[in-house]
Design a protein around this ligand. Structure first.
Ligand SMILES: Cc1ncc(COP(=O)(O)O)c(C=O)c1O
Length: 389
């Protein structure tokens, strides 16, 4: 058979996944310290089942943008008009639609580095090139966009859009006001759109204020993405949304074209769309609960790995669900993650998974139950300390 090259070469399990599979088959219970599936960690809001049990779900009322009642609820909660929202099955799908809308095969979109590897696959599946732009880290100030690099790669690649993840996964950095001004200016100058992924926006941890959503940006064509996966820890419900804003003529043209794409799939399901208006009022309380857990786990990581003269460093974490831990480089990342798996029964993603520039970091998921998180960081420290002993 001849297959599309979109998928790249056939996936072969790497040393980490082979060892993990072998340990699981031997009955070893692994503690996954990078797991970001909230439904495995006791995080789900109340009232979901009741909200889904709605007789209106039995009617099929196709609307390419998604049910009006759901879009109005989003507009009421996040601003804009109901007509500026498009509902999809997930933010991942929303990316795919926007890539189809903006790009021809071979076109480029700019993505942050370090970043979540999902964007490479999403772009690849649309035959689009994901071209990285740099984020740089200074301790203790935190992360910033390398704006010179962004301008250079934007010009060299002729990119159609820049993806801004606000805050980014795994760096946790929000787009600052000065960065936003410069990036939006660059987009207007070069005719690029902004794709702003704001799924982690409400989860501010060490940020000191000044964060703002890009959703609703008027100065350039902007597609802001969000969804229930992170907002209410309900990835299994499959609901994401796009809010379009920008210069009126560009928005009208983009929305008319996006409507054709959305109409081809009609992805969002009636149960979750009907439930949305009664789920959204619970967002503030639920986010508050999740924030409490994220902050407590981050503080635990700082206690365990901090202290005068510690060879570890937890990077500044302005927001999101992940903290990056730099460890003393007695051995490289590959050897550390394999050792942790085999000798401490801990599975964890290394920095290279996210294209970190510096070798020697691990990604800690902050949404784990606090006792589990505390046990995991204790095991990680004990194992790495033992290598330096
Ligand atoms: C920044 C970011 N955006 C989007 C997603 C995917 O969200 P969804 O479940 O809505 O596709 C992820 C997944 O972890 C993510 O990290």
């Amino acid at each position: 058979m001849r297959f599309s090259s979109r998928l790249g070469p056939r996936f072969e399990p790497n040393a980490f996944s082979s060892l993990q599979a072998e340990l699981v088959s031997r009955g070893v219970e692994l503690l996954n310290m990078s797991d970001s599936n909230p439904t495995r960690h006791g995080l789900s809001p109340c009232g979901v089942i009741g909200a889904l049990a709605d007789a209106r779900c039995l009617a099929y009322r196709p609307d390419p943008r998604g049910l009006e009642s759901a879009r109005s609820a989003l507009a009421g909660r996040f601003g804009g008009e109901a007509a500026s929202y498009f509902l999809s099955a997930s933010t991942s799908e929303a990316y795919a639609w926007i890539f189809k809308l903006l790009c021809d095969p071979g076109d480029a979109v700019l993505v942050p580095k370090p970043g979540y590897p999902l964007f490479d696959s999403l772009a690849g599946l649309e035959s689009v090139r994901a071209v990285p732009y740099r984020l740089e880290y200074r301790h203790p100030e935190g992360w910033s966009v390398d704006l010179e690099d962004l301008r250079l790669v934007a010009k060299a690649s002729g990119a159609k859009a820049v993806v801004l993840i606000n805050p980014n996964n795994p760096s946790g950095s929000y787009i600052r006001a000065d960065e936003r001004r410069r990036i939006v200016g660059l987009c207007s100058e070069l005719g690029m759109a902004v794709i702003a992924d704001e799924v982690f926006f409400p989860y501010a941890l060490e940020a000191v204020g000044g964060m703002a959503r890009l959703a609703g940006e008027e100065a350039c064509l902007t597609f802001a993405l969000d969804g229930l996966s992170k907002l209410l820890c309900l990835p299994q419900l499959k609901l994401g949304w796009i809010r379009i804003s920008g210069p009126r003529d560009q928005v009208d043209e983009a929305a008319a074209r996006l409507e054709l794409i959305a109409d081809t799939y009609l992805s969002a399901g009636a149960p979750v769309m009907n439930a949305l208006p009664s789920l959204l009022p619970g967002v503030d309380d639920f986010v508050g609960l999740v924030l409490g857990r994220l902050r407590s786990n981050l503080s635990e990581a700082r206690t365990v790995f901090g202290g005068d003269g510690s060879p570890y460093r937890v990077l500044r974490c302005d927001g999101g669900w992940t903290a990056l831990l730099e460890f003393p480089r007695y051995q490289g990342e590959e050897s550390v993650i394999l050792g942790l798996l085999e000798h401490a029964s801990v599975a964890i993603q290394p920095g290279y998974f996210f294209d970190m520039e510096r070798e020697g970091s691990l990604a800690l998921s902050l949404i784990l139950e606090p006792e589990v998180f505390a046990e995991g960081v204790r095991r990680i420290k004990a194992y790495i300390d033992s290598m330096g002993a």
